[in-house]
Design a protein around this ligand. Sequence first.
Ligand SMILES: Cc1ncc(COP(=O)(O)O)c(C=O)c1O
Length: 397
Amino acid sequence: MSFASIIEELMGFKYVIPVHQGRAAEHIISKVLVKQGSIVPMNYHFTTTKAHIELAGGEIVEIPVKEALDRRSMYPFKGNIDIEKLEDILRRSSGRVAFVRIEAVANLLGGQPVSMRNIREVRELCDKYNVPLILDASMIDWNVYYIKEREPGYGSKSLASILKEFVSHADLLYMSARKAPSVRGGLIATSNRELYERLIVHIPVYEGFLTYGGMSIKEVAAMAVGLREMIDESLIGSELELINYTVRELDKRGIPVILPPGGLGVHIDAVEFLPHVKRSEYPAGSLAAAIYIASGIRSMERGALSMDRGKDGREIYPDLELVRIAFPRRTYLKSHSDYLIDRVTWLYENREVIKGLQWVHEPPILRFFLGRLRDIDNWGEKLADIYKRKSSENTRY
Ligand SMILES: Cc1ncc(COP(=O)(O)O)c(C=O)c1O
């Protein structure tokens, strides 16, 4: 069975373009659809998406529902777009809107899902104002699972049918294959022939040929297996159970985690964890470093460091300053979660030792990838000393 026919069977799209990873898809899509002065309304940005839209001369406009920014709100679909705000933007400036973008689940909001009802309503507005709807489906498997779990009317439907219905609302879908299909790679899919023709012009220039898009054939074959697994009822959800358990246990211990648990991982609100660290000294970056010192667990800063400065050189502080501890599929056991809970709780009790970070080398674009920072007043060493002292006294680890 060809790769294209697997995409058609799973998602109903007629045309597929393999690309070497998610950001390659963002590059090509932005090149074709974004112009100087364009705007792209979305539930929330992802780092590489924002970079590619801005490099193409556009601007992102984030319009999540208000519940998304309240870490304690138990609203089940905090990845939803605020429909009123979207209509307002489309009414006032639909001519400038390159496309509307939905990310399902929304990574930087804490892996929060989008409801079927929300994407349907966004679709209706896109039709009314004649604007394309683009879906970032990098984590669509978790979104589909949460629709089945949380949205009335979907509990008895199969993951396969929910997936097909959800993506049917998009004119075009792209994905990084690292998360949902668990492999390296990416793809773009659409049923719009004209859009497909405009996109493929760029593939031989930036990716390779249309049959492999910069990947080896082995990787394309592995992606096909991973895509099928997205609708495997016996598989999807196991890592979510573990995320759920870890979030509940951390919450019980007073650790400020994003609620309700989402996809992708456990997300900690670093501003609340480290109220004494100024935002200009990067609480989430500091906390990610401290977690590594206290546990060896590599988490990810998803706050101000992950944003770049504005054109005037000033910091842009995102709504949420998060540390993400990712739970890839088939990787962790409950004992890993228990270790994590123990270490993060220990860190919370010793949080006053953690201070901020300062740049040593700050690249101008996507600075979190290649930048280097240092710990103010050498706090990392002090934290390591306390850890060593206490662990030689009595801790289990
Ligand atoms: C939602 C989302 N979009 C796009 C990307 C970019 O994909 P890649 O890392 O494969 O370039 C990612 C990667 O983490 C992502 O989570």
